[in-house]
Structures are given as C-alpha cells and as structure tokens.
Design a protein around this ligand. Structure first.
Ligand SMILES: Cc1ncc(COP(=O)(O)O)c(C=O)c1O
Length: 446
C-alpha cells in the first residue's frame, strides 16, 4: 500500500488517536530511515527515544534472529533464562536490588504506584490510616493508563477521562515551598521525572530533588522517579538521577530497553519489594524471553556508548547555545546528554521548523507546542549534529528574526529591513498569534 492508500485505510479503520506526519517509513539503517518514495531521513527522534542504537543494529538483529528461532514466549508462570540476568545488569547499574518487567512505560509507572500503596499498607504499624497520598509535579507526563494519567500534571491529558485515581495532588515544578506545604504524614510517595520529557525537557532542580529525597526519607514515604525517557544512557549516565547524587526507592524505565521491542521495568529496593506478594501484580507478556534477550544485548552495547553520549551531548548543546545567540526567537536551550530541546517564542514557528526539517529529510519533534525536542540515537556523530544545526539555522532564518549583522525579518513581516535590524538586538520579534493549546496539541507526542 502506498502513502495515500494507507492514509485512506487508516482513516476508516483506526481509532483517531494520532495526527501522523504524512510519511510512510519502510526501512531503517543506523541513524537513517527511508520512506516509501526512497527519500532518506536523518533520525533525530529515534521513535521518541526508543531506537537508541539506531536502526537495524547488527548485534540486535543477531540476538533477535537467534532467540526468535528458540523461544519467544512462556508466560510468567515459568522460568526462562533471561529475566534474572537482565535484572542483574539493571540492578547493578541503578544501585537498586530488584526488578519487575512489563510491556511499556505507562505499565511500569502503574506498577510503581501500586507498589508505593502496597508498601505503605504493609508498613502501617501505627494503627492509623495507611499513607495514601501521591504528590506528583505540575507539567509532568507519566503515561496514558488511569493511574499514570492521574499523576500526569497536565489537565489536557486528564480532563477527558475524569474521575481518576483519588489521592493525587500536584506540586508546582521545582517549587520548594510548595513541596514543603503539601507534604505531610499522609503522603506515601513523591513522584517525578528527573527531566520532564513530554513537558518540554525540563530538568528537575538539584535543591528540589534533594528536598524530595529528605522529606520522603524522614517520613517513611517513597521517592518514585520516572526515567522512562531520561534513563538508560540518554543523558550520558545509566540514569539521570545519577547526575544528582541521590537514589530513588523506585525507578521506572522503558523506551530503549529492548531496542524497539516493547519492554518496561520498575527497579526497587529489597525493603520496598517486601510490600509485594505473589498474585498482587503481574502481566502475561511482560519480560518474555525474546524481549529480555534483546535487552541484555542492548545493555551490553550501552556500556560502550555512555562516554560517547556525554561527549556528543555536550557538543550538540554548545551548538544549540550558539544558535540561540543568533536568533531572538529561541527562548531557551535545555537538557542533558542527548535529551535536548530549544524553546521558541511561538507554536507556529516551532511547527514550521519541524515541517521544514522534515522536508529536508531530518526528523525531530515538537512537544509542549513551542519546544523542539531532540532525542537522537546514541550512535550519532559530530557530522550529524552539524547537519541538524545547519538545517535549524536555515529554518529559523526563514521563519524568525535573525539576531546578527544580516538580520532578517520574520517571514511575512512587512517592516523594512532597517526596522527589522534595529529590532534585532536581543529584542524579541512580535510573535504571531499563538494557536490555542488544544488546536495545536492534537497530535501531542510523548
Ligand atoms: C517520562 C515518561 N513516562 C511515561 C511514559 C509512557 O510510556 P509509554 O508510552 O511506553 O506507555 C512516557 C512516554 O513518553 C514518558 O516519556
């Protein structure tokens, strides 16, 4: 089926949950994808942080072929060779003790929430009501199932599905006094992403994270960290919380874990794991032999890539900062490792830049309306960063005010070039009218 036929068929046959780009991908290799017309794309999104080793990685293909011919599924009623080995690697790199495997990010987060409540009940020795409240952060994103949705701090995702899980309150992002104000003995867990991903690549402040750790430790509540997007090497360390020198009680991971196959996990301590007993939680598919064998290979490859991610991340960040000094439309540059973003001053410009790059064969995405998000595969090289920077430079020149000697007017701006030049300085160009959040976030990505 070609692109038009596929669009027609999907329109008729699928639930209308996605607002897809008009591209039909047929194959991938390394950092590139090809569409049905043979056009090549440089992939700086990696399937929203999943294809960390790029496409068709030879070592992953080898394990996939070998294991697919041996054993794909057994159910969790029996043992297979790989769950313990995978758990061993993950607990070693996280500093935690135990793992539970599932199929996706949202399911890992559901497990973490259930475990937090179960632990609170199991440790309710004072005869009062067990701790039950969950403090999550405004602007967060934890997934689409009901518990994950209930702890997602963005009303646009929650509102269509209320009522949700009771007992959740939202703390303003990085606001220490709000956390202190809302925290008390009824809180069973503080929940956060080390770097908010869908919320626009916002790293948690070190002081905020330290306070969350101290408050939870003191009261016997748990610290739940969602590293579904920021974990497994994305920031140049195994886990982003390792940049902060703290350890959570539960951490969730998914995206790149099985190099494109669906696999999520939660990792926790022996102490917290004691809140669970056989029958309390489980999954049919989660942690099968095929996904676990591939995940072990992914982690083997990752060991040799962390330094490269850190180095390329620093280079990419400095190039983006350089771009910021040229364009007044860039409000900020954020992120760590290869989880980076630039925030623009208008949703329209962000949309136009993504479209222009797509036209030029470069894949990035827009989140939170105005934020351009970069989640390239860990195997990118300097030349790929340079290509993206050049493309961004061209796209921003054609859509926004360029702060430099050759300042350009915003496309469509009717002022004279002189007026544009004098406006250039660091003065922000007049932003076009912003689209409403909803009209623009129809195809919001995670
Ligand atoms: C931080 C975070 N948590 C949870 C999820 C949900 O993961 P999934 O889409 O695999 O259910 C995502 C997805 O983007 C995420 O970025």
């Amino acid at each position: 089926m070609n692109l038009s036929a596929t669009i027609r068929a999907e329109k008729k046959l699928l639930l209308p949950t996605y607002d897809r780009q008009r591209v039909l991908f047929t194959r991938g290799r390394g950092v590139y994808l090809w569409d049905s017309t043979g056009k090549r794309y440089l992939d700086f999104l990696s399937g929203i942080g999943v294809n960390a080793l790029g496409h068709a990685h030879p070592a992953i293909q080898k394990v996939l072929k070998r294991q697919a011919g041996k054993l794909i599924h057994t159910s969790n009623l029996f043992y297979h060779e790989y769950q313990a080995e995978l758990a061993k690697r993950l607990t070693k790199s996280s500093g935690l003790d135990r793992a539970f495997f599932c199929n996706s990010g949202t399911e890992a987060w559901e497990g973490a929430l259930k475990l937090a409540r179960a632990f609170a009940r199991a440790n309710n020795s004072n005869g009062h009501k067990a701790k039950w409240r969950l403090l999550a952060l405004e602007n967060s994103f934890h997934g689409r199932t009901f518990g994950a949705l209930a702890t997602t701090g963005q009303a646009k995702y929650r509102n269509p599905f209320v009522p949700l899980l009771p007992g959740v309150n939202f703390v303003a992002f990085n606001d220490l006094s709000d956390l202190k104000r809302q925290f008390d003995g009824s809180v069973c867990a503080v929940c956060l992403e080390t770097i908010q991903g869908e919320g626009g690549i916002n790293p948690i402040g070190p002081e905020f994270l330290k306070l969350a750790r101290e408050l939870t430790q003191k009261s016997g509540a748990l610290l739940l960290i969602d590293e579904i997007q920021s974990g497994l090497g994305r920031t140049g360390k195994y886990f982003a919380y390792q940049h902060y020198g703290i350890k959570p009680d539960i951490v969730t991971i998914a995206k790149p874990l099985a190099a494109g196959l669906p696999l999520g996990a939660l990792l926790t301590t022996d102490r917290v794991a004691s809140g669970m007993h056989p029958g309390m939680h489980g999954t049919t598919f989660g942690g099968g032999p095929l996904t676990c064998a591939v995940a072990i290979e992914f982690l083997r490859q990752l060991d040799g890539l962390l330094g490269h991610v850190a180095k390329l991340g620093k280079y990419f960040l400095s190039e983006l900062q350089e771009l910021q000094s040229k364009f007044a439309s860039i409000q900020s540059v954020r992120g760590m490792g290869l989880m980076l973003a630039i925030e623009l001053d208008s949703a329209e410009i962000a949309k136009a830049v993504v479209a222009q790059l797509l036209g030029q064969g470069i894949l990035i995405n827009r989140t939170h309306d105005t934020v351009l998000r970069f989640l390239p595969p860990y195997i990118i090289e300097k030349k790929h960063v340079d290509e993206v920077i050049r493309a961004l430079d061209r796209a921003l020149k054609s859509t926004t005010t360029h702060v430099g000697p050759d300042a350009l007017v915003r496309a469509g701006d009717l002022r004279s070039p002189n007026a544009a030049r004098s406006a250039a300085g660091r003065v922000r160009a007049p932003a076009p009218k912003r689209a409403s959040l909803n009209s623009d976030s129809k195809g919001a990505t995670t």
